[in-house]
Design a binder for this molecule. Structure first.
Ligand code: ADP
Ligand code: MG
Length: 398
């Protein structure tokens, strides 16, 4: 496939510093999720900064959309609008005294009319789940919230590519998962997403293409399951393999399981084990996965459903759905990895409910039908509409 971003033999040394990049050639295809993975000092941040022209290579070339970058002010401004960069440390990126002003900074500089700027700010704050934060001073927010302000500021310029340098560093596990879900949402809306990370587990689950870096060079690139199965390479990069893949490879080497598509999650791994142990997929009665769009139902309706007792677990996906649950005092069992967790519950016969919003509703349908096709189990989410709720309510009462 044609590369949207590409580097050819890029070399760079910091003034009075080390050779940070020693002949790096990579390409990033449109719509892909690419992770640059490597230990500290590998050159990941430096390479990412060449992609939006912040760092100009000493030799070699960076191409965007087929054309070599030009480094005059006008070309760089246009490039940075199309290739958005989210810094590792949001404090560097956030400059204005309020969230609203900060997010408006980019679109205002594009000379959009004030009404359009206002609309853009409202849209992206909704998208990252920060409506209501408009007047807050960004420097008093939590790390996860600051990160989302920085992301909103970049999204407001509607870039084609989003580059995140270590998107989850300094975040707690739940905030990390939320940011990664946001990145998934961006990718599923057609944007090209690039991250750097030293977190092999995260890259393995998230990326469809990984570039392994160490010492300013590329050690390997390809599908995560291929790159991360090579222990020699990982050792050279001072990294450990993802545990799911490691266990899978060990069991396959000992002929405990047959090789197939390597699993990426607990769900995929348990399915694989079941198939290998039983020789087929058990067809016990599955629990149900209910799905509701928080924009289309009320808190009362959800609470009535939960009070009916037919739902054992509730999960919310996306910041807007989580806010909805918070506001409506709906206790959540799952706040990340929600789809997989609900499928796992369905496999042991328990019912669950996924609350989400917007394009994520479609995403849940897609993910569960993919799972159903791959696993051979008949599972489909049941949308909660008002009628459906009455039916389930009736079932339970009657
Ligand atoms: P990574 O992001 O993979 O940790 P970096 O791109 O930050 O790696 O760093 C690559 C190399 O360049 C390291 O040896 C680092 O010490 C050096 N380096 C990074 N930033 C600077 C800088 N601003 N000045 C001098 N050296 C730097
Ligand atoms: Mg870095």
């Amino acid at each position: 496939m044609k590369a949207l971003l590409e580097t050819k033999d890029v070399c760079y040394a910091y003034p009075n510093g080390p050779d940070a990049l020693r002949g790096v050639s990579v390409h990033i295809t449109r719509g892909s999720k690419t992770a640059f993975v490597g230990p500290n000092g590998a050159g990941k941040s430096t390479l990412l900064l060449t992609l939006n022209g912040t760092i100009r290579p000493d030799s070699g070339e960076v191409r965007f959309d087929g054309r070599p970058l030009a480094y005059d002010g006008r070309s760089l401004r246009e490039l940075r609008r199309r290739v958005g960069f989210v810094f590792q440390n949001p404090d560097i990126q956030i400059i204005a005294p309020t969230v609203e002003q900060d997010v408006a900074f980019g679109p205002a500089n594009l000379n959009l009319p004030p009404e359009a700027v206002k609309r853009a700010v409202r849209d992206v704050l909704g998208y990252v789940g920060l409506l209501g934060y408009e007047k807050r001073p960004p420097h008093h927010l939590s790390s996860g919230e600051k990160k989302r302000v920085a992301i909103a500021g970049i999204l407001a310029m509607e870039p084609d590519v989003l580059v995140f340098d270590e998107p989850t560093s300094s975040l707690d596990p739940a905030s990390s998962e939320e940011i990664m879900e946001l990145l998934d949402e961006l990718a599923s809306s057609g944007r090209t997403v690039v991250i750097s990370t030293h977190d092999v587990e995260l890259a393995y689950r998230w990326a469809d293409s990984v570039v392994l870096m160490a010492g300013g060079t590329v050690l390997a690139r390809g599908a995560p399951e291929d790159v991360f199965s090579d222990h020699r390479l990982l050792k050279a990069a001072r990294l450990k393999p993802p545990w799911v893949l490691d266990l899978y490879n060990e069991l396959a080497l000992r002929s405990v399981i047959k090789r197939g598509v390597p699993p990426k999650s607990v769900l995929e791994f348990t399915d694989l084990l079941e198939r290998n142990v039983h020789g087929h997929v058990p067809q016990e009665e599955l629990g149900r996965v209910y799905l509701c769009d928080a924009d289309a139902v009320s808190g009362d309706e959800i609470r009535a459903l939960l009070d009916g007792g037919s739902v054992a677990h509730v999960g919310a996906m996306g910041t807007r759905a989580k806010e909805f649950a918070n506001r409506e005092r709906i206790l959540l069992d799952f706040t990340y990895g929600v789809i997989d967790k609900c499928i796992l519950k369905a496999l042991i016969g328990e019912n669950s409910l996924i609350i989400t919003t917007g394009g994520m509703v479609e995403h849940v349908h897609r993910r569960i039908s993919e799972y159903s096709a791959e696993s051979g189990r008949a599972l489909a989410p049941i949308p909660i509409t008002r009628q459906e709720r009455r039916r389930i309510g009736g079932e339970v009462e009657g």
